[in-house]
Write a protein that binds this ligand. Sequence first.
Ligand SMILES: Cc1cc2nc3c(=O)[nH]c(=O)nc-3n(C[C@H](O)[C@H](O)[C@H](O)COP(=O)(O)O)c2cc1C
Ligand code: SF4
Length: 487
Amino acid sequence: MPSPARPLPACASFYHLPNTHITGRACRGLACFAARADAPQRWQQACGSATSLYCLGQCHQGPAQAGDHASPVIRTHCRQPVLLTTLSGKPDDSLACYQQRGGGAALRMLLPLPASAAIGQLETAGLRGRGGAGFPAARKWAAVAAAGGVQKYVVANADEGDPGSFSDKVLLEQNPFQLIEAMIIAGITLGATQGYIYLRCEYPAAAGVLQQAIRQAYAAGWLGAAVLGSSHHFELQLVIGHGSYLCGEETAMLNAIEGQRPEVRLRPPQISEHGLFGQPTLVNNVETLCAVPWIVEHGGAAYAAMGTANSKGTKLLSLNSLFNRPGLYEVEFGITIRQIVDELGGGLRRGQLKGVMIGGPLAGIMPPALLDTPLDYEALHAIGCAVGHGGVIAFADDSPIAAIVAEVFRFGAGESCGKCTPCHLGSPELARSFEAVLAGAKMPRQRWHELIAALADGSLCGHGRGLAEFALAIERHYPQELATCFV
Ligand SMILES: Cc1cc2nc3c(=O)[nH]c(=O)nc-3n(C[C@H](O)[C@H](O)[C@H](O)COP(=O)(O)O)c2cc1C
Ligand code: SF4
């Protein structure tokens, strides 16, 4: 039986939360920043902590504090819900209930079929990774399936680090067997006998649900040496993080699982050939994996019938507490951001809309004039924004651009792994400069350009490059307000 223990890592100093309890601590995530005027004292507590806590996944009730956990309102707005179909509506770790709700059908369908059957359905579905980059899932699965090696691994990325997103959290707490079923399907398809779920420690309720669910899956014969009595073997282990946004980056995460310092690895080699413990590894986000059972059961074509030409299917969106109707929504790609803001979210409950950050802090903020842009990977990229992990943070007009820039770079600086100079030293300099702007100083425009260009060109991973993209989008969409910060 696997142990979900949380031993102190050898490189504990890398982490923000190596062994601390988070109960009672206030969240410093960007959704809580956007809502700081609603509970200024709580926000001050978050800012006053020696180590920042990003993010509790309670963005629907920000500014949030660990412990005052309440499930978000959950709604579907699509022709065929894919991700929220077998949701229990409450913390649920009963395999029997999951099966009563239709869970397990995809795994049973696949067991007698050739191992490659699922990859064909994923290809037809056009499923793209929901962890941020939107990489086609079928291509990743096919690469790991084709790789040699004595041992292969399947890893679920449950780090959900993007401040503003709480979709994985809901999937894990309310439907853990959907993920477990998907990981077994991946293991059988790729010839991988060992899986890991890397979960952030900021989600203690999800950890408890997953531990219990994994135990039940072993007892019911879903996991172990003979999956549902077949010749397939699949083991699953929960690994709990210690507070680090960067551990969501897949190579850093693999180092963390191995117990190494979680720095980003150089590529090539790709992890499909040389991943966890040097073996072929599939890493997928929780939401990506949770779509797999539905796609296998209903067929890739049914999934591809929803969405746009290149962004197929459905996406979970986490709407923050500034909306009149915050919560978790499953929508079809192609819906406009205006519909999301006005029809789903019901508009802002106070102030004027300043902008919407969708893909987390490593992407741009969309100004109100561009709200007719559809939710679509390419359409958002074209305006310097991103689908990212689907956190939808509305900023009201009480958030000056200088304050947003300072907050994003403070986050970026605190979460840098320190390997690249522009990210390690440039991010804190930008944070300090914009804090000074808020206090009445000005920043040399030339220095801003130098630092952003260095971040864009000299960063090894998407953390530094994403911070540059955020800055460039601010330049593009808020030029006048940004100009007031410069000399
Ligand atoms: C700084 C950084 C943080 C990331 N954090 C996450 C995360 O919390 N969850 C996640 O699924 N992907 C995260 N990613 C993306 C992963 O590296 C990886 O692309 C993803 O887990 C692959 O799964 P997918 O193909 O299903 O999206 C992050 C990437 C970067 C650069
Ligand atoms: S860009 Fe930043 S987080 Fe990424 S490898 Fe370089 S220093 Fe580390």
